[in-house]
Each structure stands twice: as C-alpha cells, then as structure tokens.
Design a protein around this ligand. Structure first.
Ligand SMILES: NC(=O)C1=CN([C@@H]2O[C@H](COP(=O)(O)OP(=O)(O)OC[C@H]3O[C@@H](n4cnc5c(N)ncnc54)[C@H](OP(=O)(O)O)[C@@H]3O)[C@@H](O)[C@H]2O)C=CC1
Ligand SMILES: O=C(O)C1=NCCCC1
Length: 350
C-alpha cells in the first residue's frame, strides 16, 4: 500500500514561546470556553467534544500522567477569520517532586498533538508546557473579565488590586497576564518560599515600571486583605485563604490549584458564601466530587449570554480545572502562525 503519510512537524518550547502573546491566548481561550457546553455540530455555533481526561497515577497520586483529548468545531480564532475545526490531544505529566531536582524541572510538563481534522493524520507535536501556563492564566483572565469587571461601568478599564497566592509557574503567568491585560494598579504577592515572591516582584517592577505598585506579603491574609481579584494556584492541602481575610463586597477569586489530592486551597466558608463557576460541568462530575460547593454554571454560558450576569456585591469564584478545548484552540493559533495557515489570527505585544 502506498503511504502518503507525512511525518509530523515538531515545535519546541522556544518556537512556541516566540508566538505566545496575551491577546492571542486570551482570545483563543475565550473561544474554547464559549464552545464548551455545546457538544452538537451546529451551523451557527461553535461546539466542543472533550471526554473526561484520563489520569494515571505513577506510583502515588503526586505523580500523574493525564491525557486530554478534545475536538473544537466550527469556531473562529478572530472576528474575521474562517470557521475552523481543531482536533488535539494534550499529554501532560504532573510530578510534584520535579521542583526539588538539581537543576529543577517544572512539575507540569506537556506536549500537544495536533491532528488534521479531515483525515485524523498527526500534523504536529508541540511543546505544551508554556501553553499550559499561559492558557490557564488566560482562562482566569476571561473569568475575571466576565464574572467581575462586567459588573462595573468602567468594565475592563476599571483600576483593580490583585493578589497572587502561590508564585510558582501558575502564579507567575497569572501575575504577568493580569498586569498585561487589565488596569492593575496594585499587586500583592505571597509564596510559601518567600524568595520566589521576591523574584516575581522584581520581574514585575522591571516589566511595569510605571503605575504598578508591587508588594511582597509575609502572610496570605496580608496579600488578600484589599484585593479585588485573587489568583490562587498552589499544591496546598489546606486552605490558605478564608472568608474573614477578604475585603468584603465585590471580590473575585480564580482558584486553579488542584492540590496533590483535593481542592482545598480556598476555605469552605468562602465556597459557602460565593457564587461558583467552572470551566466545564463534565469535568466537575469527574474531578470535583470532594468539593462541597454549589456550582452555579459554566463560564462559557455566561459569555454566551453576554451582559446578563449581575453579581454586584458578591464574591465569585472561578474554579478552574483545565480543559482540552483551551489547549486545542491555543495550539491551533500557534500552529497557524508558525505555518502561515488560517493567518487571520489576532496578534499583539507580549
Ligand atoms: N486549572 C488548571 O488548568 C491547571 C492547574 N494547575 C494546578 O496549579 C497548581 C500550581 O501549579 P504550578 O504553578 O505549575 O506548580 P509550581 O510547582 O510551579 O508551583 C507550586 C506552588 O504551590 C506552592 N505550594 C506547594 N505546596 C504548598 C503548601 N503546602 N502550602 C502553600 N503553598 C504550597 C509552591 O510554593 P513553594 O514555592 O514554597 O514550593 C508554589 O508556589 C497545581 O495544583 C497544579 O495542579 C496547573 C496547571 C493547569
Ligand atoms: O489542565 C491541565 O493541563 C492540568 N491540570 C491539572 C494539573 C495538570 C495539568
């Protein structure tokens, strides 16, 4: 039999990093969130098919291999772009011990396989480690825009105070993404190992020399006490923030940390009071049984019914689990840029 099968391309983390900008990733992730929740092919709407990810513990639960397949159909990477389909699968490991290696490795290492949606042929494998860091922060950015900033007349121009709890890979991408996307006037950083918060503070001061007040806090409560928006992404097995620590009134929390075993970095009393949204209700069934919270709905549903949500004076939580559709749309945007395909994608400064 003749083989017309082409070898897949490979894109390194350096090639991928070169392409990533906050405007590109934010818009690709927003499309993924909108598509999530609609699973049927439909001429007018985008949709996503993303079965629950498989999790293989490798010895114990602190070492896991996750396989995240996803198909996103009939979506656009930019307003004037063609409607496209993407078939992808992220293969990602989470080994909590990697940070103790000399030299340290990221705990979360990923590769994304992108397939031709017409033939199923593997088109490329790209490093997904950076994409995971960026797309998770972007999901929190989109959540902050729709669940929090839409409450105010100034919208995304509103000056906000942000707290970052945990300054690992996720804390860093959240801090940079928030400051690049929104009018952040004040950012407070807390990390268990203080030197990491100090390093991030220096990076932010260098990158945003004007108009951004950067502080490192000794305790999580000091970081969050005035915060409008809190981004928390750790492996903590116990709550790091609780209701009494918050400023009261309008507060939005992006909680991305799965912990090693449970979702425990935010205290139960905050969940009891807050309105909780997720990226995917399907993932909730599989991964969030331990969380005692009423889930209000999916972020994508809020975006689809633009402007209908009013949560004035409330605490909202975006409980992020991470979905394959986000990896798929971002990987597609990166691939298109690197290969000049579907080139009407949106670009912007880093
Ligand atoms: N929702 C999603 O889509 C995604 C979620 N994640 C989750 O986000 C979290 C962070 O991942 P990532 O940033 O890549 O990991 P990193 O290893 O880069 O950072 C881990 C962070 O957790 C902190 N931490 C660990 N244990 C504790 C503890 N007992 N108390 C307080 N802080 C602690 C570390 O502090 P220190 O520096 O002192 O060690 C560090 O700040 C993980 O739970 C991961 O599973 C990751 C990717 C996607
Ligand atoms: O969504 C992801 O990607 C991940 N989520 C939880 C931890 C591993 C990576």
């Amino acid at each position: 039999m003749s083989t017309n099968i082409r070898q897949p391309k490979y894109f390194t983390s350096e090639q991928v990093a070169e392409i990533l900008t906050w405007s590109l990733v934010n818009s690709a992730v927003e499309e993924a969130l909108i598509a999530t929740g609609t699973t049927q092919a439909n001429a007018k709407e985008s949709y996503a098919i993303q079965p629950a990810r498989s999790v293989t513990p490798c010895g114990d639960y602190s070492q896991r291999l996750l396989v995240m397949p996803g198909y996103v159909g009939n979506y656009q990477l930019s307003e004037n772009g063609d409607r496209i389909n993407t078939l992808a699968c992220k293969v990602v490991t989470s080994f909590a011990c990697n940070q103790n290696l000399q030299p340290p490795l990221p705990n979360i290492l990923a590769n994304i396989l992108l397939f031709c949606p017409q033939t199923g042929q593997l088109q490329c494998i790209m490093d997904g480690t950076q994409i995971t860091a960026w797309r998770t922060a972007s999901a929190s950015i989109v959540a902050t825009k729709y669940l929090f900033l839409k409450r105010f007349p100034q919208g995304i121009e509103k000056p906000i105070k942000v707290a970052i709890i945990g300054c690992g890979v996720q804390g860093q991408s959240h801090a940079l993404g928030m400051c690049k996307t929104f009018n952040v006037i004040d950012i407070s950083l807390w990390n268990r190992t203080k030197s990491k918060a100090d390093n991030l503070a220096n990076k932010l001061r260098a990158e945003f020399p004007n108009g951004l007040n950067v502080q490192v806090s000794d305790r999580p409560q000091d970081a969050v006490e005035d915060a409008d928006v809190i981004c928390i992404g750790t492996y903590a097995p116990n709550a790091l923030i609780s209701y009494v620590m918050l400023k009261g009134g309008d507060v939005h929390i992006n909680s991305v940390g799965g912990g090693q075993v449970h979702f425990r970095e935010v205290s139960q009393d905050i969940y009891d009071y807050a309105v909780v949204y997720v990226d995917s209700l399907v993932s909730v069934k599989n991964q969030l049984q331990v969380l005692k919270a009423t889930i209000h709905g999916e972020l994508g549903a809020v975006i689809r019914n633009r402007g209908e949500l009013r949560r004035d004076g409330r605490i909202t939580i975006f409980q992020s689990l991470g979905i394959a559709a986000e990896d798929a749309t971002v990987a597609q945007a990166v691939y298109d840029t690197l290969t000049n395909a579907n080139i009407k994608t949106i670009h912007g400064s880093k």
